[in-house]
Design a protein around this ligand. Sequence first.
Ligand code: TXA
Ligand code: MG
Length: 318
Amino acid sequence: MVVGRSRAKGSDVEGYFLRRLEPTDDNIAACVAAIRRGELVVMPTETVYGLAADATNPAAVRATFAAKGRPADHPLIVHVSSINQAKALVREWPNVSDDYAARFWPGPLTLVVYKSTTVDLAVTGGQETVAIRLPAHPVAQALIAAAGRPLTAPSANRFTRLSATRVEDVDPEIAEKCFAVLDGGPCQVGLESTILDLTGEVPRVLRPGQITQAELDAVYGEAPKPRMPGSHPKHYSPKTKLVLVDELGDRPGLCLGPATAAQISLGTDPDRAASQLYAALHELDRRGHETIFAEIPPAGATWDAIRDRLKRAAESDL
Ligand code: TXA
Ligand code: MG
C-alpha cells in the first residue's frame, strides 16, 4: 500500500522531506482525514512520538509495520481517548483494570488484557491479548477523539532504533512514509510507557517506565515481581556503538554529573534524565564518534527504566 505524502508544504530535514505541522485545529482535522483514509501520521504523546494509524484498518496497520521495518509478530499498542473506547476492544476488563485506569489514565501506562474479536490479529501480532493506552498528551487525545476510532501507535522509529522525543529526532525514513508529522514539542516523560500485563494471576510489568513498581503495587496492594520483556534484547539503539561504564572519565558520551564538551549530562534527577535521554543519544549519534560511552545510573527503582533502556541500547548484560 502506498501511503499518502504531501509535498505541498514542508521543509527539508537532512536531505529528506518532512511535512511538519503545528497542531492547530485545521491541521489536526487534516491528519484525522488522512488517518481515516488509511494513511500514517506521526503524533506527539507525553512519552515518545508515535506512528499513528487507524487500528481498525488492516492495510494501515500493515503499512505501520512496513514503515518501521518491524516483524509482524511484534504487537502494537492501541491508543484510545476514553475508557469506554478501551472496553470496546476487550473480551474481559478485569476489575483491577478500572483501578489502574482511574489512577494512571490518561498517562504513561499500557494495560495488556484479552482482546475482543474487533481487534485484528495483525494489530496484536497474532496474540489473543491487546495492549491499550490512553495517552495524556492533548494533541494525541484530540487526534484519537476526532478520528472516532482507536489508533495503533508504535514509537516513531525504525525497528530496534532510538525512539524520538523531539520532532527533529523522528527518523526521516519514517517521516517520508507519513501524511505529516504533528509537532507537539518535546515529550515530557521521554521514556515509553510502563506496560502492565493483566492477563495472569498477578499484574506483571513487561516494560518498566516512569510509573514505578511501587506506584503500581499501591494500586494492587501487593508486590508482584517485575519481568523484563525478553523477546528482543537489542532495542532503543543508537547507530554508534554504545558501551556502559562505571565512570566516564573524559570519554565521549552520557554522564549524570558535570560534562566536558564531548559529553552530555543527563543530570541527577531521574525524571529529568528520562525526558532528556533519547535526545541526548540522538545528538551523540550525530557527532560521528566511533564509540560512545554511558555512565551506569545509580541503583534504585527511580532509575530502573533508564537502566533498562541503556542496557538494551548497549545490548549488554548490566
Ligand atoms: O509510550 C509508548 O507506549 C509509546 C507511545 C507512542 O505511546 N508506544 C510504544 O509502542 O512504545 P511500541 O510499539 O514501540 O512498543 C510497544 C511494546 C512492544 O514492546 C510490544 O511487544 C508490547 O508493547 N506489546 C504490545 N502489545 C502487547 C501484548 N498484547 N502483549 C504484550 N506486549 C505487548
Ligand atoms: Mg518502540
